[in-house]
Every structure is written in C-alpha cells, then in structure tokens.
Design a protein around this ligand. Structure first.
Ligand code: ADP
Ligand code: MG
Length: 301
C-alpha cells in the first residue's frame, strides 16, 4: 500500500475534466515527481490530495497506519505561496505553528529547529519582504513542516526561481527526502531526474507514464544517430524510410535525428551511403536518447 493512493481521481470544471481518472500510488520514503506541461492538471491533482478541493469522482486513501483526517499527515506548499512581508521569517513560522495548534513556547522551539533545517537561522529576524525567491520558498517549506507531516507536497517549488534559488531549494529537498516522503510537481523533467526516485507524467488530466525513474530511463533509452550535413537532407531522408533498422526520424533542413533498432546496421548503412556522402557530412554522432526526448514526445502537441 502506498502512502497515498487515488483511484479514478477526477475533477471536472465546466464540463471539462481537468483531472481525468488518475490512479496514483505514492510510496513512503521516496521522492516522487508529478510531471507535466502547464495546464496538465498538476495543481488540481495536488489540491485534491491535500483536501483543498473536492474531487468530482474517484477516491483518495491515505495509509491506514495513520488514522483520521489525512490533512494531519500532509504538509503543503502551494504554487504561489503568500507571505506577510512585514513579518520576520521567525514570526511567520511561530504564527503558523500557533495556527497549527502549538503553544507559543512549542512554536518558538519548533521554529528554531525548522529555520535551521532550511538554512534561514541567520536571517530569521529579517522581514520576509527582503527575502530572495529561494529564501521565501525555503521559508514556505519550513512552514509546511510545522506539524511534522509524513508527506510533503510541493507545487512547482522551483519553477519561479532563478538558478541560485533553484539550487538552494533542490539541495534542501535532497536533505528533506531522507526524513519525509516528498511529492512535488514540476514541468521541468530535469528537476525530477535530479532528485526523484519515482515519476508520474500527466498530460491533459491523464496519466501517461509512471514508474521508477531509473527503470524508465533504461526502458526508453534508444540508440540514436544525429547527422548534420552541408546540403539539405530532407529529400535524401525519404530513401531510408523503409529500412528495417530505422525506428523513427526527425528531419529539419540540414539536420536529421535517426532513432534506430540496430545501431550496427544503421551505422554501416549510413556511412556507406553514397548519396548521403554527396550532401557533405559535417557531423555524425551516435548517442542514446534521454527521457527528455520521451517527455517531449508524450507531452508535445
Ligand atoms: N478553478 C478552476 N476553474 C476552471 N478551470 C480550472 C480551475 N482550475 C484549473 N482549471 C483548469 O484545469 C486545467 C488544469 O489546471 P492546473 O491543475 O492548474 O494545471 P497545472 O498545474 O498542471 O498547470 C487547466 O486547463 C485549467 O485551466
Ligand atoms: Mg500548477
């Protein structure tokens, strides 16, 4: 049983399914990415998991070792967190702690612990209005951990940040995932590849690909040849369409990307192709496709 599980999770807005029958199972002790382009339904899905909005249909169940309202066990950082800029970081965390039911004293000691965890101890007496994007996001993460959740849900935690802020937050997430299961959404595959063990790719409200990241990388790796010629290659490309070693090709003017079934056969055939040589080969590169190619393929228009 996963930490949180959905069956046929659906949200309909004005007759359209923003989330369309999604089955998720989020494992305990790992970091999971919910990956998809803008408008795919990520925020809507996370809002249903956290209980902020109701599902139109489908069920959500939380690990039955944890009794009662699942919201007790979930920490959540929304896509666009709002802060009171006039508060200091510390005041904000203490305020959130008291909202979560801690006494003033408990909130104070918890805030020390959390601000140190997210690397804001030195800045805790400064007003939030002076924080960088990365600092605000780390403060938001500290706030979402106030009640020691079992599952931390972060909606696009790095998408709005500059490179330094991204790095700060990704490094923090790497530390946190040792202690807390994390589910986060992103439209950037690279972020998921950097810190996750599991990914769920959604598009138009539907789940397209799911599984262990390393297994998916292995499964979808395909040998590929990138060819670049001096002369346009489009006409020539039609001559290899029927070859048994060809899996897929993508041609643009002087460039062609050829995904192949059999690298040895393909390489031999291409390097001995007289009409290809006449186009003057500038580069010939053998590589493996990445999940990026798959992600573009499944999520592209
Ligand atoms: N409150 C709402 N009312 C109507 N449509 C909505 C609402 N929230 C989201 N949607 C629509 O649902 C789809 C999914 O949105 P969202 O979950 O925000 O996607 P993502 O977070 O992946 O970018 C979009 O087409 C969006 O316009
Ligand atoms: Mg969103």
């Amino acid at each position: 049983m996963g930490l949180i599980k959905t069956v046929g999770l659906t949200k309909t807005y004005n007759g359209t399914n923003a989330v369309d029958g999604i089955d998720l199972s989020i494992k305990e002790g790992v970091c999971t990415a919910l990956l998809g382009p803008n408008g795919a339904g990520k925020t809507t899905t996370l809002n249903m998991l956290t209980g902020l909005i109701n599902a139109t249909s489908g069920t959500i169940s939380f690990d039955d070792r944890y009794m009662g309202d699942r919201r007790k066990y979930i920490g959540y950082l929304p896509q666009y967190p709002k802060f009171y800029g006039w508060m200091t970081g510390e005041e904000y965390i203490i305020f959130s702690g008291q909202l979560a039911g801690l006494t003033k004293k408990e909130a104070l000691s918890r805030s020390d612990e959390l601000l140190s965890l997210v690397g804001l101890s030195e800045d805790k007496k400064k007003r939030v209005s002076g924080y960088s994007g990365g600092m605000k996001q780390r403060l938001g993460i500290a706030q979402s951990l106030i009640h020691s959740p079992k599952l931390l849900i972060l909606d696009e935690p790095v998408s709005a940040l500059d490179p330094i802020g991204r790095r700060e937050v990704l490094e923090l997430m790497k530390t946190l995932k040792e202690k807390t299961s994390i589910l986060f959404s992103t439209h950037v595959l690279h972020d998921a590849e950097e810190i996750c063990e599991e990914i769920f790719i959604i598009k138009k409200g539907k789940l397209i690909i799911e599984g262990d990241l390393v297994e998916l990388q292995r499964k979808y790796q395909k040998p590929t040849i990138y060819l670049n010629t001096e002369e346009p290659i489009e006409d020539w490309s039609t001559t290899i369409k029927q070859k048994e070693w060809l899996r897929h090709m993508d041609v643009k003017k002087n460039k062609i990307t050829v995904t192949v079934e059999d690298m040895d056969m393909a390489r031999e055939a291409l390097l001995t192709d007289e009409s290809l040589r006449k186009l003057k080969i500038n580069s010939f590169e053998v590589a493996k496709t990445t999940l990026e190619d798959l992600f573009m393929e499944v999520t592209g228009k």
